[in-house]
Design a protein around this ligand. Structure first.
Ligand SMILES: C[S@@+](CC[C@H](N)C(=O)[O-])C[C@H]1O[C@@H](n2cnc3c(N)ncnc32)[C@H](O)[C@@H]1O
Ligand code: SF4
Length: 405
């Protein structure tokens, strides 16, 4: 979602899928619904999201109806390709989905359910900024079929929140989590570590505060300095310090130790849950290369090895759909080598890891070297899987390079 869109090939205006696509309806199907609105843009964020002054005529109040026309297009396209399946997971991401009235989210979920069906026990997640979750919002979402709320907490320390340009009130995280739990929703919180000026003690305070919330799931992301953001400009001008890699590594180790001591287990480099059932099935679907349709401006889709992505701006997105055209901007069908590379990249980062048998023949002997370097678990390798150690998770990119270069 971040940065410019890939180039790829032109996408057909009617959205049709190639006739020779190897559709497998046993592969789980997910839906991602992008909501590209934020009240202000955080200084570090380059997600495809817009504040009210950047909307160039696109209207927040029309958004649900516009996206529902893409759902109708997807229903037709997948039906023609004999690729229709009930949704196993649904994810409303952003932007800030909860900036829309909860009734709009319910309407989009209802339209997707009517078009594709919703599998028994489906996971339905909504991302939320803490300031936007009231008991009424949480109840309306739960009544509509939402099962899980993912709350952008980021930090519990006021000066860290200020360094990140966050405008939410830290005390609202607690009330948002309580509202979600009262409505029967599972709760995840997102944290960011390594903000300019953040100390190890600050990070420890945020971890403690997150654990006090007794959520089911915690994501902890190292702050990435994205090109073109306000934060990147501040760093370039020397106004704020560049994040320190060693400190970020110490922060990761502290997070893993604290979370493990509190009963959380890592299942992806940046994600921990108390039980396997509480893992984000939607994100696992991405990492495992399942099929998904991404609805909304800038959203990416993947079906049976074909990828495509929508035009980025909400106004361009609405125009395409108003003209009964597919909002896809480009498409690509990566060859076998690129797909293998991507599989290794994604699967290496999750706990079950890539199967040794899925590595290229000539790379398999390298697993022994990774074990000797303390980067890969020997016991898992004996069972045929490349599972990262704590040190391996800190150096995940280097491990992937070793398994692919
Ligand atoms: C779409 S936002 C979550 C919902 C809501 N917009 C919010 O921020 O509260 C997704 C998450 O991505 C993470 N994120 C965004 N930009 C990041 C960056 N540059 N580095 C690390 N994490 C980032 C934040 O943790 C954020 O919660
Ligand atoms: S609220 Fe979330 S999506 Fe919006 S700018 Fe901030 S981090 Fe990005």
């Amino acid at each position: 979602m971040a940065g410019p869109l890939p180039l790829g090939d032109p996408a057909p205006t009617d959205g049709r899928l190639p006739a020779d696509l190897p559709i497998d309806r046993d592969v789980p199907f997910s839906a991602y619904l992008h909501v590209p609105f934020c009240s202000v843009r955080c200084g570090y964020c380059d997600f495809n999201t817009y504040t009210s002054s950047e909307l160039r005529g696109a209207k927040q109040e029309d958004y649900a109806s516009t996206l529902i026309t893409e759902i109708a297009l997807a229903r037709r396209v997948l039906g023609e390709a004999d690729a229709l399946r009930p949704m196993d997971t649904v994810f409303f991401g952003g932007g800030t989905p909860t900036l829309l009235p909860p009734g709009d989210l319910a309407r989009m979920l209802g339209a997707a359910t009517a078009a594709f069906g919703l599998a028994d026990g489906a996971e339905v997640t909504v991302e939320a900024n803490p300031d936007t979750v009231t008991p009424e919002v949480a109840r309306t979402l739960a009544d509509a079929g939402v099962t899980r709320l993912s709350i952008g907490m980021q930090s519990a320390v006021p000066q860290v929140l200020a360094a990140l340009d966050r405008t939410h009130r830290p005390e609202n995280v607690r009330t948002a989590v309580a509202a979600a739990k009262d409505a029967g929703l599972a709760v995840s919180v997102d944290l960011i570590y390594g903000a300019p000026g953040e100390s190890l003690a600050d990070w420890e305070a945020s971890l403690d505060a997150a654990l006090e919330l007794e959520s089911d799931h915690i994501s902890a992301y190292a702050l990435i300095i994205e090109d073109g953001t306000k934060l990147a400009r501040q760093i370039r001008r020397g106004e704020v310090p560049t994040p320190d890699d060693d400190l970020q590594a110490d922060m990761y180790e502290l997070a893993d130790a604290r979370l493990a001591a509190a009963g959380f287990e890592w299942y992806e480099v940046s994600n921990w849950s108390r039980t396997a059932e509480q893992r984000s099935r939607h994100n696992l679907a991405y990492w495992r290369g399942s099929d998904w349709w991404g609805f909304g401006p800038g959203a990416h889709s993947h079906v049976a090895g074909l990828r495509w992505w929508n035009v980025k701006h909400p106004a361009a997105y609405a125009q395409r759909l108003a003209a009964s055209e597919s909002p896809a901007a480009g498409t690509e069908r990566p060859d076998e080598d690129s797909r293998t590379l991507e599989r290794i990249l994604l699967l290496s980062r999750i706990r079950e890891g890539i199967a040794v048998d899925d590595l290229a023949q000539d790379k398999r002997p390298r697993v022994a070297g990774l074990i000797a370097d303390g980067l890969v678990e020997p016991a898992a390798a004996m069972r045929g899987h490349v599972q990262l150690t704590l040190r391996g998770r800190l150096l995940a990119d280097a491990v992937v390079r070793e398994l692919t270069d």
